[in-house]
Each structure stands twice: as structure tokens, then as C-alpha cells.
Design a protein around this ligand. Sequence first.
Ligand code: APR
Ligand code: PHB
Length: 389
Amino acid sequence: MRTQVGIVGAGPAGLMLSHLLHLEGIDSIIIENRSRDYIEGRIRAGLIEQWARDLLIETGVGERMQREGLSHDGIHFCFDGALHQINFRELVGKGVTIYGQQEVIKDLIEKRLADGGQILFEVDDVSLHDVTSAKPKIRFRHGGRNEEIDCDFIGGCDGFHGICRPSVPPGLLTVRDRDYPYAWLGVTADVPPSTDELIYAHHPGGFALHSLRSPLVSRLYLQVAPDEEISAWPDDRIWAALQRRLAVPGWGLKEGPILDKGITPMRSFVSAPMRHGRLFLAGDAAHIVPPTGAKGLNLALGDVAVLACALEELLRGDPRLADAYTGTCLERVWRRTHFSWWMTTMLHATPGADPLDAQLQLAQLRYVSTSRAAATSLAENYTGYPPRS
Ligand code: APR
Ligand code: PHB
């Protein structure tokens, strides 16, 4: 097989990269080791920054999101037994959209296939070859056969556990990372949301988040221990913890059947450079943020927006954007890594922490909830801004 850009991974990064390249007349093939059903059903976060919403709409994949996504103008913090609203629209003139990541995946797959794009699902044994030569190759097994894609460039979009980052010689990578001493237990519940805007709760028993997916479906998260087993959390224990941590006089959390539940570790991770020869890493393959700032999907879309322009110029013979790729992306990545770390450490109860820490967190929460300057900074970071290349 031969294509201009071989893409490993059909997450938001790989699919959007392929879509943006197609709009510039550049062909690509995506290989994905899971099935289409699996990736279309995999539950992830679902918060889209304003510029990312605009990008999806402008490039023709935002129609269903415009119909079904929920526009939010702000969030609430819950602490000191009360809700405190931060109104993004009023502070920075922007909002965010709630729309599940797997819905973005479905829309992108449908569009790529309708536009004649090639996505090979359920591939195995993927390996990269000759990435520093002019003729890089991707080898893999598909449908019981050995296959090879010859390409000009490779998009390494295969997420945190993929094979692309490990294909860069370890001595060339600098990794900065932190594992947090807690995880999130996430549930989808068949009950109308009890709030019209997200609630981020600080509580001595641990963080909780009330999000939503539709007017009929709620999405909720609880801070749990990092090594927690899901079997230790029967539904009634989950609801009891949510009721405790989200308790506000005069407001009630509605309960309903839990449709799915899972535990996600919390990690900050940034590896550099994001380019090695003709291999370009994008999204979770290069960096991970804890979900408290809801930045993972948006960072992945930002990387590939930069990468699509860089590859277009490179194929025309101009290497400047490609040479700047790591620096351009990492500037945004580090800003969001800081924001995600800041939200995370402000809101979670750290096991064994000094009581001073909880007071510092509360002082910070009171400050962002009452100071227009502090709230504006939060609103600017939360609603995001487009990549600059
Ligand atoms: N070969 C082919 N595909 C692979 C391989 C491999 N060796 N390893 C992993 N994959 C696939 C995964 O199955 C997945 O579909 O690569 C895809 C990577 O997608 P994501 O993990 O969604 O990563 P990305 O596209 O960068 O999007 C980042 O996803 O994890 C969330 O919170 C994160 O919202 C963020 C977003
Ligand atoms: C979600 O709806 O899944 C969600 C929302 C906001 C976050 C994280 C997850 O910060």
C-alpha cells in the first residue's frame, strides 16, 4: 500500500488529522488496532472548547454536535456548602460544548468513509520502519496477512499506550510526568441531570464532578484511591458518596440506574520532541493531562490542526512549520498541563496531606469565585483558544 501520510490510531487525533489532510487534497490511510464498534462505544470525557467546536463545524463534521451538543456558558464550584458560579460568557465572551468524545469519533469515521477515506480496523503487530529515511514504512497484520504501507510521513496518533512514541530511540526523548495519588470513578446514569451547568465539588471526603451527556443522561465522577477496584463500588455506595460530596442546602442530586462505570488513573505526562525524522506524534501519544480541566480531547485536536498545516507545507517543500512543530505544540501543551494540574490540585483531597493544604485549596476557590481577575484567568483557560502556527 502507498499513501502520503500513514496514520497509526483512529482516536480523535488520527481521525481529525486524516480529515484535515483530505480537505487539503492530501491522502492518508489510518490503521487502528481495535474494532469500529469498540472505539465508537468507548466512553471518554466530552467537553469541547469553543475554537474546537468552530473547527468541527467549519470543516463539515459539526452538524450533529450542533443539534445534540449542549452549550454551556459556565461552571459551578461547590465548596463551603454552597454553589459558586463562574460565568465564562460574561467574563471572556466564550463557552464550551458538552458532546461525548465517542460521538466525535462516530462523526469523524462516518465523514472519512463518506469521503472515500481508508481506515483499517483490527490490525495487529504494528511497527514503524526507516522513520528517519525519506521512505518510512508501517508494517502490520490485517485479516491474517502481513501488510506494509509506504508513505512520506507518519502520524503517530496511537494514544498513550501505543507503539509510536516507543519507536523514538529512548535517549532522544525527554519525559516529564507525575502520577497523582488518586483516580476518578466515572459513571453514566440514566437520570436527567440535576444541574444545567457542571459542578466541580471540593469536599473533605474527596472531589466529585456532576457532568451530563444529554437532557436525560447524567455523567458523574468521584475521587477514589488510585488502586481502587471497581467491585468495591456497588451502585448504592457510589450514590451515597455523590450525595455526601455534592450536598448543597436547597438543591438535590437525582439518582437513577447506572449504565456504566469505570476507573481512570490521573497522570500528567509530557514527552519531547514530538517529531523524530518523518514521524510526528500527536495527542495522547505525546502527552496526557488529568481530566479535571477537560483538556485531553482539545489538545489532541490542537496538535493535529498544527500538524495538518505543517505537513501540507512540507509536502510543498517548505519545512518551517514542521521544524517548529514540537515548539508550537508544546507551548500550548504546557499551558494546559499547568491548568489541568492547577484544577486537579485545587479540588482533590490529597491522602495524608497536612490540614494546611485543604485551607489553601479553599482560599484559592474563594478567590477564583469572588475576584473577577482570577475568574477571568480560569475562564480563558477553561474555554481555550485556537492553536497558533
Ligand atoms: N496500532 C494501531 N492503533 C493503536 C495502537 C497500535 N499499536 N495502539 C493504540 N491504538 C489506537 C487506540 O485503540 C485508539 O483508538 O490508537 C487510538 C488512540 O486514540 P486515543 O487514545 O483516543 O488518543 P488521541 O486520539 O490522542 O485522543 C486523545 O483521547 O484518551 C483520550 O482523554 C484523552 O481526550 C483525550 C483523547
Ligand atoms: C465529562 O463530561 O466527561 C467531563 C467534563 C468535565 C471534565 C471532565 C470530564 O473536567
